[in-house]
Design a protein around this ligand. Structure first.
Ligand code: AMP
Length: 282
């Protein structure tokens, strides 16, 4: 496994491999790796000749009052895990490699970024879209793997790639969960033991939405209020949103005539958690 930090060096090596006919799969991450991240790398290994993981805690996607400074950084363990599953390249750039003095260009995110995370975290998707496009330009991959855990992020990146004609395939991958249903997240390590118990409330609320639909409920407002009721009963400390939205546009949905996504963002202790579930309609 090669670990490189210079964009020029990794571009040269990957470009050489690509020209020889190798299919390159890219997995962008911020490190503090868990099985959710590793599932993306395994998928890249399965579908491609070369798997490349990037580790960069991107300052431009954090708001001024968010957790950039204390975001977990566990590089040694990350590299061990990546090496154990056969990752071929790891790109670990410094801040200066990504944002050298004079860097002033940023991506204006697409419409699907406007609501939910985009509204609550102003500037977040501008930072995400910018770093992801930069990584796509630095690392000439054929396909990039993203987790559905960050559902809106996948929608934003897919729209950006479509709108800007970026020559890469976006492959969304299933959310990996703990045995009790909690979505794996680097931020779960902030949870105290008591918060960890409460954090499962997000999955219970999403599961309730599915079971109501299975039971024949077709009133979206009723399902949303049942999700909130579960979150309030846990209780979580605050709810940013608990909504049923369209899987493509992420606009609120009032009908259940075709599949929808239930999305939740809530704070448990000091930790902000997000999760979602694509709901089946019989
Ligand atoms: P992050 O390091 O949080 O920026 O995440 C890097 C990538 O891993 C993103 O595409 C995430 O959506 C994905 N990811 C994070 N958690 C999970 C999970 N539990 N299951 C699947 N993918 C995940």
């Amino acid at each position: 496994m090669k670990v490189l930090s210079s964009p020029e060096e990794i571009y040269a090596q990957l470009d050489f491999l690509r020209r020889q006919g190798n299919r390159i799969g890219l997995v962008p991450t911020m490190g503090a790796l868990h099985d959710g991240h590793l599932s993306l790398v395994r998928e890249a290994k399965r579908e491609c000749d070369i798997a490349v993981t990037t580790i960069f805690v991107n300052p431009s996607q954090f708001g001024p009052n968010e957790d950039f400074a204390k975001y977990p950084r566990t590089l040694d363990s990350d590299l061990e895990q990546l090496s154990a599953i056969g990752c071929d390249f790891v790109f670990v750039p410094s801040n200066d490699h990504i944002y050298p003095p004079g860097h002033t260009t940023f991506i204006e995110p697409p419409a699907v970024a406007a609501n939910w995370e985009g509204k609550i975290r102003p500037g977040h998707f501008r930072g995400v879209a910018t770093i992801v496009l930069k990584l796509f330009n630095m690392l000439p991959a054929r396909v990039a793997y993203f987790g559905r855990k960050d559902y809106q992020q996948v929608a934003v990146i897919s729209a950006m790639v479509r709108d800007l004609n970026v020559p890469i395939l976006i492959q969304p991958c299933e959310t990996v969960r703990e045995p009790d249903g909690l979505a794996m997240s680097s931020r779960n390590r902030y949870l105290s033991a008591a918060d960890r118990v409460r954090a499962i409330g997000l999955w219970h609320a999403l599961s309730k939405a599915q079971s109501m639909i299975d039971d024949g409920f077709r009133n979206v407002a009723q399902i949303e209020s049942a999700m909130r009721e579960i979150l309030n009963k846990v209780p979580v400390d605050s709810i940013d949103y608990a909504a049923i939205v369209d899987p493509e546009s992420m606009e609120p949905r009032t009908d259940l005539d075709s599949p929808v996504v239930a999305i939740i963002a809530a704070r448990v202790g000091t930790t902000r958690l997000i999760d979602n579930s694509l709901l089946r309609i019989q």
